[in-house]
Design a protein around this ligand. Structure first.
Ligand code: AP5
Ligand code: ZN
Length: 208
């Protein structure tokens, strides 16, 4: 299975990709996680991408494409979360897939209005121990996750607003790009985490 989860910040791409990965065995590839891992490791690349990340801006296409490529090559079956995010990235992905001789099965857009997204992002916490994503109200951390539970640098009100604006300007048009290719499906992401997973499995034709 090779799919893309498209959607605005807080729609639940990371949450759903992790759950789909558990159910299907496909690898969860998140370019946001790759960016945060480089920053944490303090590499030269990490220093380069940190400013963009912390301000809620997009990392330049060439850098993000180079970061994603080796992962596409390694895993036969994957769920892309947060990539592609611009038309240039979508074209680069098409080229990379052509080189690998494989195609995309489906592109699923998770949809929710901005007010819902802002509420979700301000309550988001991530476990430093397990990397799991939680929400203070909707999905609180279980007792067996030792934490600590931290807030992301880009989950400030200002960065959230900037990320949503960039999404509408640069990423949302990709829905048209994939609809033209007959690959797009949309899922209402305002429902509960479990309901959205069930709908995704249905759309992807994976047995529950
Ligand atoms: P990235 O990490 O991808 O961040 P993002 O796009 O801002 O998306 P989020 O992770 O905020 O949202 P999500 O949809 O994954 O939501 P989540 O599941 O966590 O990218 C970070 C940065 O890296 C970018 O700003 C950029 O700088 C750089 N970058 C990455 N990729 C790039 C690219 N391709 N090009 C250029 N730059 C790139 O859920 C959010 C919260 O809601 C959680 O608390 C969760 O528990 C809760 N929640 C989820 N679903 C539900 C539900 N159904 N009901 C109730 N609560 C829910
Ligand atoms: Zn995410």
């Amino acid at each position: 299975m090779r799919i893309i989860l498209l959607g605005p910040q807080g729609a639940g791409k990371g949450t759903q990709a992790a759950r789909l990965s558990e159910r299907t065995g496909a690898r969860h590839i998140s370019t946001g996680d790759l960016v945060r891992a480089e920053i944490k490791a303090g590499t030269e690349l990490g220093r380069k991408v940190q400013e963009y990340n912390d301000r809620g801006e997009l990392v330049p296409d060439e850098i993000i494409v180079e970061m994603a490529k080796p992962h596409l090559r390694e895993a036969g079956s994957w769920i892309l979360d947060g990539f592609p995010r611009t038309e240039a990235q979508a074209r680069a992905l098409d080229e990379a897939l052509e080189e690998l001789g494989v195609g995309l099965d489906r592109v699923v857009a998770l949809e929710a209005p901005d007010e819902v997204l802002v509420r979700r992002l301000s309550g988001r916490r991530q476990s430093e121990a397990t990397g799991r994503i939680y929400h203070l109200e909707h999905d609180p951390p279980p007792p067996d996750d030792p934490g600590p539970f931290v807030q992301r640098k880009d989950d400030t009100e200002e960065a959230i607003r900037r990320r949503l604006r960039l999404y509408h300007e640069q990423t949302e048009p990709l829905k048209g790009y994939y609809a033209e290719r007959g690959l797009l499906a949309t899922v209402d992401a305002t429902r509960s985490i479990e309901e959205v997973t069930e709908e995704l499995l249905r759309v992807l034709g994976v047995g529950a």
